[in-house]
Each structure stands twice: as structure tokens, then as C-alpha cells.
Design a protein around this ligand. Structure first.
Ligand SMILES: NC(=O)c1ccc[n+]([C@@H]2O[C@H](COP(=O)([O-])OP(=O)(O)OC[C@H]3O[C@@H](n4cnc5c(N)ncnc54)[C@H](OP(=O)(O)O)[C@@H]3O)[C@@H](O)[C@H]2O)c1
Length: 251
């Protein structure tokens, strides 16, 4: 089950997992995109189920609980996320604040719970892969809420992974840096096609490939790509004010 599979990293996960002959349940709001993806994936002889729901709506996501109860979901990828544009916390629309908290925190915590309930009765390997961000390591001005929500997801995943270390369930968290997707384009305020190749921006297929390779080799904490690994070290060791200035001048 992949949330946020209609574009970006989630869509790339879908194609790469289908190539491994995994049957898929794809979730996002945009029906047309999901239909086109499932049509393309069926050619790879896998079963693809699509569910167009708004995950921020509690009533709509209740049907996922039944899926965990009635189907053999073996891997949950909590990928759907909301970043919003760069702005001060107090300038954000209140509705965006609620959606970000819901989608980036409540949804992955809730889906992980239901997945773990269903994994309990299974005697084969299962997993949860949560997509956090490098932003999780320091909440920076103009994206404080996003960084804080991703920080929750990282800590939640690492803690859970300890709880499950001697079980059939692998819990991993990936913290990508910049990836060329709609979300990154929105953050920059440019069109996706206008983002030029750069060592600071990972291509989406490469990002998904590096994350899945690390996940299937058993890694619990994944930072995809050399540049992101270097940035991770910098972010952790340099003061917040310095990182913040660097980030603003790179845009
Ligand atoms: N791009 C980056 O630089 C970057 C860096 C670090 C981490 N990440 C993380 O990577 C994940 C994937 O993002 P992306 O970069 O691939 O961006 P993206 O292309 O914008 O993908 C976001 C996905 O989430 C889905 N989604 C958003 N709101 C939803 C909602 N309310 N209900 C259901 N689905 C919803 C979107 O589908 P619909 O619009 O069809 O609903 C879309 O499929 C996110 O968690 C993001 O925080 C991205």
C-alpha cells in the first residue's frame, strides 16, 4: 500500500515495486492520475487497486482499516505529505496548518497502527517505510511546521523500529533532501519542468530506487544520495541560524 502514489516519489515507488511483481494498492486524491498509473502498471502483470480519497478526512480514510483487516498487505509506504510554500508560520492559512498536521503526523501514525495490528497475525516478513525528510533534523524559518512534522515521523519510525527489532516487521524511515517533484517545485514557486539538474536535486526515479534498495537490504534509517548524506552531516553539526541563511541564499 502506497499513499501519495499519484505523482512524485510515490508514483516512482509504484512503478519500481510493480517491476518486482508486487501487487499494489495506490492511494491519493487525483483519480485521473491514479487511473493512468494503474493502466500502465497492469501491463506488468500485477494487480493494482486504486483508492482516490483525501487522507486528511478521517471518514474517508476509515476504509483503509478494512483493507488492513481483509487483505494481505505486507508493506505500507507512508509517503503522502504536504509541504506548502515557504512562509512564516503565522502567515500560513489555518486550514493548511491543520492539513499538514493531519497528513504528515496523524495519517502515518494511524495507518502504521492498523498495519501493525494486521502484521501481528502474519508469519512472513512485513514492513513499514515512512517518508520523512532532511527537514526533520532542523526546523528552519519559513518551513517550521513542515520540518517539525517530519521530525515527528522520523522519531516515531526510529522508536518503532526498536520496538519491532526482533520481529517479522521491518520499520524504516527515509529522509530525502531535495527531489525533483511537484512538491519541491511548489516550494520553489516554479514549474516542475523548469527545475534544472543539479547535485542538490535528486531525480525522482533515482530517489525511489535508492530508498527501496536500502529498505530491502534491511536499513532502518535511509538518506538517499551522496549530497543528501553530506547535507545531513552539515545540518546536524552547524548552528540553525547558519543553515537557515545557507538555505535562503540557495533559493
Ligand atoms: N520533493 C522533495 O524535495 C522531498 C524531500 C523530502 C521529503 N519529501 C517527502 O516525499 C513525500 C512525497 O512527496 P513528493 O515530493 O513526491 O511530492 P508530490 O509529487 O507532490 O507527491 C505528494 C503525493 O501525496 C498525495 N497527497 C497529498 N495530499 C494528499 C491528501 N490529502 N490525501 C491523499 N493524498 C495526498 C498527492 O496526491 P494527490 O494530490 O493526488 O492527492 C501526491 O501523490 C512527501 O511526504 C514529502 O514530504 C519530498
Amino acid at each position: 500500500m502506497i499513499t501519495g502514489a499519484s505523482s512524485g516519489i510515490g508514483k516512482a515507488f509504484a512503478f519500481q515495486l510493480a517491476a518486482l511483481k508486487m501487487n499494489l494498492i495506490l492511494i491519493a486524491r487525483r483519480t485521473k492520475q491514479l487511473e493512468e498509473i494503474s493502466e500502465a502498471l497492469r501491463k506488468q502483470a500485477v494487480t493494482v487497486e486504486i483508492l482516490s480519497i483525501d487522507l486528511t478526512q478521517h471518514v474517508q480514510r476509515r476504509q483503509l482499516v478494512d483493507i488492513f483487516k481483509n487483505k494481505d498487505v505486507t508493506l505500507l509506504i507512508n509517503n503522502a505529505g504536504f509541504g506548502g510554500k515557504d512562509e512564516k508560520y503565522s502567515s500560513m492559512q489555518f486550514n493548511d496548518i491543520q492539513n499538514m498536521l493531519e497528513l504528515n503526523i496523524v495519517v502515518p501514525a494511524e495507518l502504521s497502527y492498523h498495519a501493525l495490528q494486521s502484521f501481528k497475525i502474519k508469519d512472513f516478513p512485513c514492513g513499514i517505510l515512512n517518508i520523512s525528510s532532511l527537514a526533520a533534523f532542523k526546523a528552519l524559518p519559513n518551513s517550521i511546521l513542515y520540518g517539525s512534522t517530519k521530525s515527528f515521523l522520523k522519531e516515531f519510525s526510529l522508536g518503532l523500529s526498536e520496538e519491532y527489532k526482533t520481529s517479522n516487521v521491518q520499520i524504516s524511515v527515509a529522509c530525502p533532501g531535495n527531489v525533483k517533484t511537484e512538491m519541491f517545485a511548489m516550494e520553489l514557486g516554479v514549474e516542475l519542468e523548469k527545475i534544472k539538474p543539479s547535485i542538490f536535486v535528486l531525480e525522482v526515479d533515482e530517489c525511489a530506487k535508492l530508498i527501496l534498495k536500502a529498505f530491502f537490504s534491511g536499513k532502518k534509517f535511509i538518506i538517499p544520495g551522496f549530497t543528501s548524506k553530506m547535507l545531513y552531516l552539515l545540518i546536524n553539526f552547524l548552528p540553525r541560524a547558519f543553515i537557515s541563511q545557507l538555505e535562503q541564499s540557495s533559493k
